[in-house]
Design a protein around this ligand. Sequence first.
Ligand SMILES: [Zn+2]
Length: 447
Amino acid sequence: MRSDTPSSPSSVAPPSDFRTAIIQTHWNDPPKKIFHKSKDEVDDALNVQDISNVFSSKLECCKSTFTSGPQKRVVDDTARRIDGLVKDLEGDKLSKEVIRSLHTLSEALESKEYAKALNVQTQLMTTDYEKHDCFKKSWGSHKAIHGNTKSPYEPFKTFKYAGPLRAVYPLSPRRAVPEDIPRPDYAETGIPKSEFMARSSEIKVLNSKEVEGVREACRITREVLEITAKAIRVGITTDELDRIAHEATIERKSYPSPLNYNYFPKSICTSLNEVICHGIPDQRALVDGDIINIDVSCFYNGFHGDANATFCVGNVDEAGKKLINVTRECLDKAIAAVKPGIRYRDFGKIIEEHATKNGFSVVRTFCGHGINQLFHCAPNVPHYANNKAIGVVKPGHIFTIEPMICEGVHQELMWPDGWTATTKDGKRSAQFEHTLLVTATGVEILT
Ligand SMILES: [Zn+2]
């Protein structure tokens, strides 16, 4: 989870409404430079009726209104244009579904619900939109931008990436979860309402029935992680890994917790090389020498489990192997210290000491977290030294430790998808995560 500040969730005032809350969660440090586009660029994008570009231009303009008033005119203008576009497309007898999606997209952009807008846009790009006449008409100009949307293309053309990794779109359509599988509150809405309601620093002590609930979810999470990891090979796409994980999850009557959590579009996170965390599975095929983190979370019978691990693809260089091993050791050392009485702020020192001793840095923006009926809750568990996390470890607490360790700097750069966080210098990052139960005398690893 993203830490609200270097301290704890309790230091942040409860959001006045859920929409604000989402923006706070994901955009509390807006990358201003990325989110600026000139009016000409916006016009260009709109002229070719390319939904993807319409979306990203609008997103970028809207974003800049957060900090600068002069952009507001451009936003209004873009909103007017997107409405016009919807009207044009209606004239071409688009399916009701596509029209509805376009309206939702427009509304989401109006109300600055960027994550929701991205989700709608993703679905749009993967519908049969391209079969329609209006699309065929603009095929030439569309192709000039990024070729056939059925064949892979790079969606963030003007984005200045930190490293060599690129997003490879289109994303596959959203995967379905059978009706009879119990799902968390955000599965339909994208908004984890119960998490916002519970937003406090109070750490839940679980009763034995609840512990059993999380234990089951964690057992399934581990199984799905192992099944997915076995499929890792040169040439497989991260989307294919997502499919494998998704199917293994629903086979076990579980809901993949990341799916639609704050509008996250996929069922697992796949974070390659310089990606710190929250990578979105796409059409990128694994290549020899990659390192890949797979983060699996399953919701079973009302409880979540959460685990991740970093794996080698083919032949990874010695430096990469060392990064993975040291990261694993950081997690192991922190877990070994878990027992009643230790403070949540104490784990960071153990992790940072081991990381820096080996020449690595520790990510500060993302933390471990409490987990139970909620996917993310108190405590906040930072992985760096001298943090101000609140709380003392007690029997019956369940939380994750999930250090992200970097070869270079620990600062991150957010991709325009609003999720993928890479290192700022493009050097590699690795991560391992377990869900942990505090017992009377120590700790039990649930995943
Ligand atoms: Zn986690």
